[in-house]
Write a protein that binds this ligand. Sequence first.
Ligand SMILES: Nc1ncnc2c1ncn2[C@@H]1O[C@H](COP(=O)(O)OP(=O)(O)OP(=O)(O)O)[C@@H](O)[C@H]1O
Ligand SMILES: O=P(O)(O)OC[C@H]1O[C@H](OP(=O)(O)OP(=O)(O)O)[C@H](O)[C@@H]1O
Ligand SMILES: [Mg+2]
Length: 287
Amino acid sequence: MLRIAVPNKGSLAEPASEMLHEAGYRQRRDRRELVLVDNDNEVEFFFLRPRDIAVYVGSGKLDIGITGRDLLLDSGSEAEEIMQLGFAGSTFRYATRPGTAKDVRDFGGMTVATSFAGLVTRHLADNDVDASVVRLDGAVETAIQLGVAEIIADVVETGTTLRNAGLEIISEPILHSEAVVIRRAGETAEDPAREDPKVAQFLRRMQGVLVARRYVMMDYDIRAERLEEAVALTPGLESPTVSPLHDQGWVAVRSMVRTEEAQRIMDDLYELGARAILTTGIHACRI
Ligand SMILES: Nc1ncnc2c1ncn2[C@@H]1O[C@H](COP(=O)(O)OP(=O)(O)OP(=O)(O)O)[C@@H](O)[C@H]1O
Ligand SMILES: O=P(O)(O)OC[C@H]1O[C@H](OP(=O)(O)OP(=O)(O)O)[C@H](O)[C@@H]1O
Ligand SMILES: [Mg+2]
């Protein structure tokens, strides 16, 4: 059984479960379930606090986990990122009241409040700044209003929370985060053939979901003499399938294209003379 840690609450929980479901794994129906065994796929899921996941995986108690890059780095545990999952995208940034400071190098003698004390302490040290760090559990924006700190460091997605608290973002981002798959450091085999087959299969399934989300299948008919120009617009992942049509001088082309580029490509193909241009969603795949 492959033992996988999954976030049980917060911003990561729902999209992580959704992705696992799309990858064909059983997911819990009741939010209070702590462990779920998926016998068909030989996987056991442990629903844990997002902040604890890197600790379990780093200690080797669980094989792999889904967490945020920021939480992984903050934990300082012996785990490493092995795949990016493309959701829960955010930056981790400093903010303060206007006029307090402009850059991390101005923080000397000040106090920074954050839920990510490990990350912030390291970032301040890397910048040779002598500032104090106060660790809070959440809602850190309020720490400035209550006089606990002059600066905060927190997760920023749209920036609305900080704006509403009358704070301005300062300095370069401390890091860019997203949901990631993690594994105990040093466990990834150099040679793919020596990789744990259960881990490799899990990663292929997750990769399949990412590709199915990011690509659509495009079909169209085009005159043979315009084929090269059309294929330049739809090169596909490897090479498009081209089949002859019964109507002489025409071919049918099938190729994967990025979902967000599909409409523009359809316009360009139409201009080239392509007709019967269709896109269909990809439900699942192995690349
Ligand atoms: N608004 C957001 N947008 C994108 N990612 C976010 C957002 N808020 C938190 N995250 C990400 O979620 C992870 C933190 O999860 P955690 O469950 O600890 O906090 P949370 O999602 O804020 O939930 P809680 O309600 O418990 O505060 C981090 O990886 C963080 O980058
Ligand atoms: O930039 P924004 O789009 O405003 O999103 C960022 C906010 O979202 C999260 O807070 P959450 O709502 O989870 O509350 P919390 O402070 O209790 O974690 C995070 O901690 C930030 O405060
Ligand atoms: Mg939160």
